[in-house]
Design a protein around this ligand. Sequence first.
Ligand code: ADP
Length: 368
Amino acid sequence: MNELETKVYSALGKLIDPELGKPITELGMVGAISGDLKQLVVEIKLTVVHCPQADYIEQSAKALLEEVFPQVTIQMSVMSKAELDSLKILLRGKQKSNPFTANSATRVILVTSGKGGVGKSTIASNLAVGLAKNGNKVGLIDADIFGFSILSQMGVTARPTRLDDMMLPPESHGVKVISIGMFFEGNEAISWRGPMLHKAIEQFLVDVHWGELDYLVIDLPPGTGDVSISLGQLLPHAKVLVVTTPQPAAAEVAIRSGLAAIKANQEIMGVVENMSWLENGITRELIFGSGGAAKVAEQLTSAAGYPVEVLVQIPLNQSLAESSDQGMPLILKDFEDNASKELQKLVRTVAAVKLGKAARTLTVKLGQ
Ligand code: ADP
């Protein structure tokens, strides 16, 4: 490299591609460099024609170079097919594969429930942003084909950027988000059969460039259906949070989804009770009765052979409902609210669980 190129690379090495999380100099995005130390011309190659980050990359590159060179011209272009192929190999290696196998350092958390409307997605979104807020790299998959609400709860309007068959997930509140709702109009996915769903879920894991994640949170459809079975096969070391309300009917079906997870060799991390009571001054109104989560925990403890506990009890709360509707998870908005405090406790509890081999060894021992 000559002096001009060295200076350009050193300046542009500070520019991180927002979607790929690496300096543009490492991604092959810096093209021809011409001119001299006074009048510089640099080509920046975008990965795709309509790259949503084009303006940001162009302006940032110009600003960084203007710190070093008096006159800078940026010429924007697009990578060739061969350059894009090299980039994909750089990002994911030669062979596409599921990065979340048993050896991966990413902690995978499946959020499940027996029936819809119990707050599963609300809990998954708050958990994901809470973990991200604490400095973790977090991905969130909305696999709830019956009620994909993560996009609105997370305030995501962008769609993934496609590099051929590779997808770059949009980020919201520090969390990379992919939802089944990004790929379908209306209710198309609901009529899908098992193999199609399996393929879609597999693509969320394999074709999405997640980068290195500390946590992957997955919002499952309620019940014990095909998506849960697929995820059981694809993510054998996933840990499961079972969400229920205090109502016996919700608890009964939550137990069934917990049992399905145990059968799929997944470890139950604990039970989350939502809508536990309505706060009315200092009194608590037990709108949905009481004891649902305790019953789920008790039954799953005896089925799993290890203690399954009720981790938190989240009250019914207007702020929680409103914040979901506004696309701003409550955990980011209000620290003092009682529902927010329980969600913060859930984040701490989940963060304290280490990626252990214990559960895997245990399930193998039990021969499940
Ligand atoms: P699920 O994913 O189980 O179908 P959602 O998370 O979509 O459920 O929640 C269903 C509705 O209930 C949403 O409108 C959400 O804002 C609201 N909600 C969830 N938990 C609470 C709560 N503790 N208090 C008030 N509203 C809640």
